[in-house]
Structures are given as structure tokens and as C-alpha cells.
Design a binder for this molecule. Structure first.
Ligand code: GDD
Ligand code: MG
Length: 323
């Protein structure tokens, strides 16, 4: 058995106003919450027990995911009354599983805002064969500055962990999926604010523990900005012009394309044009609207002939997004 912890408690500040009512991991990528894509990937790698480490807007997860049985996963919820940081969140969530697992059972931790098609099964195997304290999934990126910069040696041993450095010394970065040996998590202070990136990983390295690099450059995206969210959704819609949920009505004269995702109970009236956008559930788009790269909030009525590009639309509001 392998168990998982999903870190879903961050504020999602860079995604405001999209994260005003919806926590980042519940935002839709091709009509499914980011967390659901992650649960599917976890299940595919043999993970059958998962804890969601919640803090901000914690109450929004349970109604959707319930006990996880729909996904064949036993799902539990850990709650931080104040966000404990990534390390504190992992420690707090582990309380719900540590007593049920053996010493050598790996615990897989996912940043809750990452879409990844890397070979998680191979990452877990590498962790076991290298007897590491923790095994980090790494990817190579063009600009490493917004990430954790992670150099490693010829044996794949991580030599340093440098969170968000101005002049990155390598283009290999922390992709936000870790396989931990349970003992390492037990040693994190319980109930304290701790960062894995700034405290736990650097301390492990300082004390000479094995931190192993698992490099896999398959599809990977941190969807933490509006542009990345729209890109991620388009990537998952793929080569289709658009996808549409249940009970939605689209006028025959509407033109929809650019890998848009239209949710459930949406009405799209005559002569509407939509490209590369996310339209949430319960939205009505009145006739003659032209929308591109927009995110339309749930239950919004977009008045007729609205034109918008690169924007967040909610009732009576059009807010430009940073692109
Ligand atoms: N439960 C809980 N509590 N979750 C948290 C907390 C907290 O206090 N703080 C952050 N998280 C969750 C976020 O919701 C997110 O899913 C994840 O932890 C990472 O936080 P981000 O705020 O998205 O961090 P980042 O994108 O700047 O950097 C992280 O991810 C990069 C890869 O995408 C770091 O891990 C970097 O090293 C890494 O390169
Ligand atoms: Mg992030």
C-alpha cells in the first residue's frame, strides 16, 4: 500500500480574484478540479489512501470528494485552523495515517496545484531502491526563478535546495511531488509553521541524509497563475475544439473553439464566439458576445454583445487578468 498527502491549503494569491470563492485546487481544468486530476494520477500509481491537507476554504472539498469511494480511494481530511506551511501541513496530515502504516511505507506528497504526467510508479521505485529519506520529482524549465532550484550529482543525489533564487544555478527545479520515508515526516514539529522547501529539505541535506532526484520531463505545469490555469485547461481539452458538461444548451449559431471548457448547465445564445476559455457551471452567455481567454465565474450572466479578452467575468464585473 502507498499513501498520499495532497497539499491543498494555500491561498492562491496569484490567482485572485478566481480564488475568492474557490480554492486553487478546486479550479477546473477541462471541467474537473485540479485535485481530481491528481487523485486519478495517484490511483493509477497504486495509491489507495489519501489525506487532503486543507486550510483556506477547507469546507469546499468535502461536498465534492466525499469519502473518495467514487475514485476507489479512501479519502481523509486534515484541517489547519491557521495555515501551517508546506512542512507543517504534511506533518499535520500525516497524523491521520502514520499509525496505520509500516516504517518502510512510502508517503507520496503532492503540491495541490501541479498537473503532471510523470511516472509516479517509477519515482516510488527509485525511492525504495535508493533508500532515500526523500525522493524529489524534478523537471527542467527555461526560467527557474519562481521555483525551488535543485542541483544534483552524477549519482542523482541532490546537493542543494534553493527556493526561489534570483540567479538560478541550474535549470532543474522541484516539480512538487515528493516520496517521503515516514520517519522523516515524524521528525517535523507537529502544530508548527514549517516549510519543506526552506527548512526540511535544506536540513536533511545538511545532516547528510539521502535526498534523491527523480528527473522526468513529461508534461508538467504549475497552474498557479490565470495564464497557466487557462493553458492547463486547454492542454487537457487537447485537440478537441471544446468540451461541454451536462445539461448545457449551445445555440447552433455559436462558434466555440481554441480548446475551451464549458461546464454544466450553461446556456450559450445566438452568435456567440468563444475561444480558449473556461466557462464555469450555471453560466448564461447572452447573444452576440465575443470572448477569448476568459474565465467566467459560476452562475454568471454575461450581458449581450459583451466583448472581453484575457479577463475574469463575474456578475457585473470584467476584471483584466495578467498575461
Ligand atoms: N495545507 C496547506 N497549508 N497547503 C499549503 C500551505 C499551507 O500552509 N501553503 C502552501 N500550500 C500548498 C499550496 O496550496 C500548493 O498546492 C502547494 O502547497 C505549493 O504552494 P505554492 O504557493 O503553490 O508554492 P509555489 O508554486 O510558489 O512553489 C512550490 O511549488 C513549485 C512547483 O510548482 C515549491 O514547492 C517550489 O519549490 C516548487 O518548485
Ligand atoms: Mg504553485
Amino acid at each position: 500500500m502507498t499513501v498520499g498527502i495532497l497539499l491543498v491549503g494555500g491561498f492562491g494569491t496569484r490567482l485572485l480574484p478566481l480564488t475568492n470563492k474557490t480554492p486553487k485546487p478546486m479550479l477546473p481544468i477541462a471541467n474537473l478540479p485540479v485535485t481530481e486530476h491528481q487523485l486519478l494520477a495517484a490511483k493509477a500509481a497504486g495509491i489507495t489512501k489519501v489525506v487532503l491537507a486543507t486550510a483556506y476554504l477547507a469546507e469546499t472539498f468535502t461536498p465534492y470528494f466525499g469519502d473518495g469511494s467514487k475514485w476507489g480511494i479512501e479519502l481523509k481530511y486534515a484541517l489547519e485552523t491557521e495555515p501551517l506551511g508546506t512542512g507543517g501541513a504534511i506533518r499535520n496530515a500525516a497524523e491521520l495515517i502514520l499509525s496505520e502504516i509500516s516504517q518502510d511505507e512510502p508517503i507520496v506528497v503532492f503540491n495541490g496545484d501541479v498537473l503532471s504526467r510523470h511516472d509516479l510508479g517509477a519515482q516510488i521505485k527509485l525511492h525504495q531502491s535508493s533508500s532515500a529519506a526523500v525522493t524529489l520529482h524534478l523537471v527542467n524549465v527555461e526560467d527557474a526563478r519562481p521555483y525551488g532550484c535543485v542541483p544534483f550529482d552524477e549519482n542523482g543525489r541532490v546537493t542543494d535546495f534553493l527556493e526561489k533564487m534570483e540567479n538560478p544555478i541550474t535549470d532543474s527545479i522541484n516539480a512538487g511531488c515528493y516520496v517521503f520515508s515516514p520517519q522523516v515526516i515524524k521528525e517535523i514539529a507537529l502544530g508548527k509553521v514549517v516549510s519543506v522547501e526552506r527548512e526540511v529539505f535544506p536540513q536533511l541535506l545538511k545532516s547528510g541524509k539521502v535526498v534523491q532526484a527523480f528527473v522526468d520531463n513529461s508534461y508538467w505545469l504549475d497552474m498557479g497563475t490565470p495564464k497557466a490555469l487557462l493553458t492547463g485547461s486547454q492542454d487537457y481539452v487537447g485537440s478537441r475544439e471544446f468540451i461541454v458538461g451536462e445539461n448545457s444548451k449551445i445555440s447552433a449559431s455559436a462558434k466555440i473553439g481554441g480548446a475551451s471548457a464549458i461546464g454544466n448547465n450553461v446556456t450559450i445564445e445566438e452568435n456567440v464566439e468563444i475561444r480558449s476559455s473556461i466557462i464555469r457551471d450555471g453560466v448564461t452567455i447572452a447573444q452576440g458576445c465575443k470572448l477569448e481567454n476568459v474565465f467566467v465565474e459560476a452562475d454568471t450572466r454575461v450581458p449581450e454583445k459583451t466583448q472581453a479578452s484575457g479577463a475574469y467575468l463575474a456578475d457585473g464585473e470584467i476584471i483584466p487578468l495578467k498575461f
